[in-house]
Design a binder for this molecule. Structure first.
Ligand SMILES: Cc1cc2nc3c(=O)[nH]c(=O)nc-3n(C[C@H](O)[C@H](O)[C@H](O)COP(=O)(O)OP(=O)(O)OC[C@H]3O[C@@H](n4cnc5c(N)ncnc54)[C@H](O)[C@@H]3O)c2cc1C
Length: 671
């Protein structure tokens, strides 16, 4: 089994090949059938991919399976903010805010400066005397906790000053304002990049592989039983520790979450954890419909409403209501859309209406259930249940703190691995001994143990040298040493080092940004396009420009004003794990939420480009387009329904290409 090489110019700033193309999937599937992994991760949202990266960079061997696509759940439907959460400051949750602000700073400066950027928000004041000092004190604390220079500090404005920044505001709706900064990103892109970075450190990853149950041996969870939804085959993935990062599906009611064969009865997989999915809806409107040079935050009765700058658009959200229906298809209803329009229109001179809406998206917060009551009051902190040997389950948390969640999850797994070793032979067991041996036998291609971990260390050093991202060389080198020592005998799992691991595309980003004019003139692309590509791919822009140099027709846009290039579709297939039309339209690009027709016009062209990369025949390409059109129609129908129950029923009329749960019918075989 030889590890596939990166096609194209190579993985800028990664320690090993990071391309998630078809050959990586095939390689991962082979490994999944043959190896005993240290860690098997279920769920490819931000938590699962973050956990895979955390484990892989500690020198553990890792497999990750995702039933649908990277970020197909909540992780592509968030408000796309990397933030401390001013709301939690008001709730006196200082610990959560401090931790989130620390992560914000780390992402902005070290881990993902190419993907995360500061975003200004204007907070209009509606009370004359007390609100400015109250909010001002809170924002001073927020800025102080956030660390110096991570983002600009808050500024106070009179009503006239605020109207200069935001002429769209209704002057009668406020008396003054404060502007503060948080940070924003493209959530789905970040998850795909996390997956790529985990692959670069040796993780085996496959989307469209659904866990159907757990394996148990000797009272321990020993792996998962799964199904490859692309070819219909069943597989057993063996692991010393399984982590479930299945978001709103945790302990779900649909049947996927029940125990499989082996010993053990049946029951929800969440163990003691119970998730109360809370639906959040956003609408997308064109940038020129709201004349502002800043984002906006305004209070609602129970929470806050954001108007977030998003390229040539605004995202307006969100809602927070319980969703007791299918976790695979949270649907926005007319009530959700009317609510958002009503709340934002309170602040605007020229109100928006349904005709302004270009896109709508709904996601489920996987909040940990703690009694009844309103979901707005449930904690955003994460909880890990490791009550069952060989299994850790995580729920709750925020996108912003994914790295902390991942660290805590793999710490919990490491404790379990150590305890299992203690029980077995009275001394700490090598966490990745067997896998290390196997990786070595295979040519040292994985990061599973000795050889792979040593490569990891070398890679970390190279990354740091390339990008000057401030990684701690001693820490990275020390970790590698632990990995090498572990090849022959027992070793403890080293602590997390993801605070020192820039994501793929980060190293070398600053240099390329400074050379953007040269890149534009050399490639023939407009300067604005090069800047856009840099903000999405970082130093991996080299790969895209090389692709375009070889195939100049790929410099053409695939969809109207958003400006996504054909090269981005090809790259999504060769490097970013896209295997279905929806993966490209909804997550690798955001055409699905940025175009009034939800991407229907772009769909045939995108499908044709994907067909050439993925070997689809004409029939498969047509089926992808038809399925996408059915899903769009069902979403639009749901958005006309007055409540969640009817919206959920309307959305259910477009079945998934392969059913998410249960066995798939033979006629739906996709490849
Ligand atoms: C509307 C909204 C706005 C938000 N805004 C913000 C924000 O601005 N900032 C912030 O920090 N946080 C925000 N959040 C929170 C954040 O988005 C979530 O906490 C985070 O994305 C959850 O990630 P996850 O990986 O735990 O879950 P998910 O992203 O839902 O991932 C779970 C994955 O598990 C997979 N899966 C399920 N069952 C199986 C199975 N049997 N086999 C294999 N795979 C399976 C699913 O397909 C899914 O991809 C927001 C959330 C919502 C809903």
């Amino acid at each position: 089994m030889t590890r596939p090489a990166d096609p194209g110019a190579g993985a800028a700033a990664a320690p090993g090949p990071s391309a998630l193309g078809p050959s990586h999937r095939a390689w991962s599937r082979q490994r999944m059938a043959a190896e005993v992994f240290d860690i098997v991760v279920v769920g490819g949202g931000v938590t699962g991919t973050g956990a895979a990266l955390d484990a892989a960079t500690r020198g553990l061997s890792v497999a990750l399976i995702e039933a649908c696509d990277y970020a197909a759940g909540a992780s592509s439907k968030s408000s796309k903010l990397i933030h401390g959460g001013l709301r939690y400051l008001e709730m006196l949750d200082f610990g959560l805010v401090r931790e989130a602000l620390r992560e914000r700073r780390l992402l902005l400066t070290t881990l993902a400066p190419h993907l995360v950027r500061p975003v200004p928000f204007l907070w209009p004041l509606t009370h004359r005397w007390w609100e400015r000092p109250y909010l001002g004190a809170g924002l001073l604390l927020y800025d102080t906790m956030g660390g110096r220079k991570a983002v600009p500090r808050a500024r106070h404005f009179s009503r006239t000053g605020a109207l200069r920044l935001a002429p769209a505001l209704n002057p009668d709706a406020f008396v003054g304002a404060v502007q503060f900064y948080d940070a924003g990103e493209d959530d789905a892109r970040m998850v795909a990049v996390l997956a790529r970075t985990a692959a670069a450190y040796g993780a085996a990853l496959a989307t469209n592989v659904r866990m159907d149950g757990l394996l148990s041996e000797g009272g321990r969870v020993a792996g998962v039983r799964a199904r490859d939804l692309l070819d219909g085959s069943g597989l057993v993935i063996r692991g010393r520790h399984v982590v479930l990062a299945t978001g709103a599906w945790t302990g779900d009611r649909t049947g996927a979450g029940t125990e499989s064969a082996g010993e053990g009865g049946s029951g929800p997989l969440g163990g003691r954890l119970r998730v109360r999915p809370s639906k959040g809806v956003h609408i997308v409107v064109p940038r020129d419909r709201i004349r502002m040079d800043t984002g906006l935050l305004t209070r609602t009765e129970k929470s806050v409403l954001f108007v977030i700058p998003w390229g040539e658009h605004w995202l307006i959200g969100d809602t927070d209501t319980e969703w007791p229906f299918d976790p695979g298809h949270p649907a926005a209803s007319r009530a959700d859309i009317d609510y958002l329009l009503a709340k934002v229109n309170r602040m605007l001179r020229d109100p928006l209406d349904a005709g302004d809406i270009e896109g709508v998206f709904a996601g489920l917060r996987p909040l940990v259930a703690s009694g009844g009551g309103d979901t707005t009051r449930l904690s955003r902190e994460h909880t890990i249940d490791s009550s069952r040997p060989g299994l850790s389950v995580i729920a709750g948390g925020k996108f912003t703190t994914y790295r902390v969640m991942a660290r805590d999850l793999i710490d919990a797994a490491s404790r379990d691995l150590a305890a299992a070793g203690d029980r077995a032979d009275g001394r700490p067991r090598a966490a990745s001994g067997t896998a290390a041996g196997r990786a070595g036998a295979d040519g040292g291609t994985g990061a599973g143990g000795g050889t792979g971990a040593a490569r990891t260390g070398a890679g970390a050093d190279r990354t740091e040298a390339d990008g000057g991202m401030g990684a701690d060389r001693t820490g990275a080198g020390g970790g590698a040493g632990a990995g090498v020592a572990g090849a022959g005998g027992p070793r403890a799992v080293p602590p997390s080092r993801t605070h020192q691991v820039p994501l793929v595309g980060a190293a070398g980003y600053a240099q390329r940004w400074d050379s953007r004019e040269r890149l534009a003139s050399a490639s023939g692309l407009p300067a604005g396009q090069v800047e856009r590509l840099l903000g999405r791919y970082g130093s991996c822009i080299d790969d895209l420009l090389a692709l375009i140099a070889g195939r100049p027709e790929l410099a053409q846009p695939v969809s109207g004003p958003s400006g996504y290039l054909a090269a981005e579709v090809v790259y999504a297939c060769t490097h970013e794990g896209a295997v279905r039309l929806d993966d490209v339209l909804a997550r690798r690009t955001r055409i699905a939420i940025e175009s009034r027709d939800r991407g229907l016009a772009a769909a045939p062209r995108v499908a044709a480009l994907m067909a050439a990369e993925l070997g689809w025949d004409g029939e498969r390409a047509s089926r992808e387009v038809a399925q996408y059109a059915r899903a769009v129609a069902a979403d639009l129908a749901a958005q006309g329904e007055p409540d969640d129950m009817l919206a959920s029923q309307a959305r259910a009329k477009a079945p998934d290409p392969v059913p998410f749960y249960g066995e798939r019918p033979p006629e739906s075989r996709l490849s």
